[in-house]
Design a protein around this ligand. Structure first.
Ligand code: OSB
Ligand code: MG
Length: 378
């Protein structure tokens, strides 16, 4: 059947395969709300028209960063989303979304939407970055350093990552390990592009005086200092400090971004497509932010190569003007689940070439790592 738009051929999603894989980080990653080592990652493959679209769900093991977890996403995907997705007929797979009545769970929904984008790019025989409209061939890369044992360990990590070529150094902080620690880093690296991420560890007005001290550190930005649901306090803080506030957890949709801009709750947004319901939502957030003069950048959620491929494609879009948290595969994993692995040169990640996400899932490895699997057929 000839469709009205898109590729012109309406096809049906024949199969959805959801897997949970276990993948150990090379090093425990600690943030203010907890730490993770043994990642439990959901990978989704949607099949139509003889091709498979892949995506990764970014939900974490615990409800610390978001209420969504590996287990809630498994439940939402297997109970509500995937039974509906199989049998869906469309001439453009980019708009695979949740039923309009479904509230929340943007990480679970994003997996379906992003697999749809990969599928559509592969059907068209082009790269995901091309389908998205990305124009950069090499993406500036930053690195996110978890909380370390002590300042010496942190200084060593910063030195190592600067030597590797990373173009932005993000340092996780929490009360008690913040201004003095960052001052030590700034002292050793006077010109380094530094920023800090608090993952909601501070509160207003309790910590206002402490947060004002960040202005002496010459940081590119301070990421998510306050509660994930408190835009008003972020706005109050931004009025008090000169350091740009960057929102992460607080922004789950374009509507959130509109409200944040309206309130002046920051100046920058870290966009993770897997957190905000997918690539279309990520681009809508970019549009809202850029229209207000706010730069955006692509964050990360300790993804395997599947999620990383989507992030690298998004990070090459116009408007993504700050280096993304899209480090080398080898920074996270002894061995990734895709080929080729992601590896930057001089702090630049080569854009993925097609078709689709441009990396191949290593099925032997993925099968060996699989803890559970759910298959849906049309
Ligand atoms: O706040 O950006 C964050 C990882 C897990 C959960 C939250 C965050 C992070 C990171 C890591 O900072 C970014 C990466 O994937 O390298
Ligand atoms: Mg963050």
């Amino acid at each position: 059947m000839e469709g009205a738009s898109g590729s012109g051929w309406s096809v049906m999603i024949e199969q959805a395969v959801l897997r949970e894989i276990s993948l150990d980080l090379r090093e425990t990653f600690a943030i203010s709300s907890g730490s993770t080592h043994a990642r439990r990652i959901l990978l989704l493959a949607l099949r139509a028209d003889g091709v498979e679209g892949w995506a990764e769900c970014v939900a974490g093991e615990t409800p610390a960063y978001s209420y969504e977890t590996t287990d809630t996403a498994w439940s939402v995907l297997t109970t509500w989303l995937l039974p509906d997705v199989v049998g869906t007929e469309a001439d453009d797979m980019r708009s695979l979304g949740p039923a309009p009545w479904l509230r929340g769970h943007p990480m679970a929904c994003a997996a379906v939407e992003m697999a749809g984008w990969d599928l559509e790019a592969k059907r068209k025989g082009i790269s995901l970055r091309e389908l998205l409209g990305a124009n950069e061939d090499a993406i500036p890369v930053g690195v996110s350093i978890g909380l370390q044992e002590d300042d010496d360990a942190l200084l060593a990590k910063v030195a190592q990552h600067l030597a590797e070529g990373y173009r932005k150094i993000k340092i996780k902080i929490k009360p008690g390990r913040d201004v003095e620690m960052l001052r030590a880093v700034r002292h050793s690296f006077p010109d380094a592009p530094l920023m800090a991420d608090a993952n909601s560890a501070y509160a207003m007005p309790r910590d206002a005086a402490r947060l004002r001290q960040f202005d002496d550190l010459d940081l590119m930005m301070l990421e998510q200092p306050l509660s994930h649901e408190d835009l008003l306090d972020h706005a109050a803080l931004q009025r008090e400090i000169a350091t740009p506030v960057c929102l992460d957890e607080s922004i789950r949709s374009a509507a959130d971004a509109r409200l944040a801009v309206h309130l002046g709750a920051g100046q920058i947004v870290n966009i993770k497509p897997g957190r905000v319901g997918g690539l279309s939502s990520a681009m809508a957030i970019r549009d809202v932010c850029n229209a207000a003069g706010w730069p955006v950048w692509c964050g990360g959620m300790l993804e395997s190569g599947i999620g990383r491929a989507h992030n690298v494609a998004l990070a090459g879009l116009p408007g993504f003007t700050v280096p993304g948290d899209i480090s080398n595969s080898s920074r996270y994993w002894a061995e990734d689940v895709v080929a080729p692995e992601f590896e930057m040169t001089d702090g630049l990640m080569p854009a993925t070439q097609g078709p689709g996400i441009g990396v191949a899932p290593r099925m032997d490895r993925i099968e060996a790592l699989t803890k559970r699997i759910a298959v849906f057929e049309a």
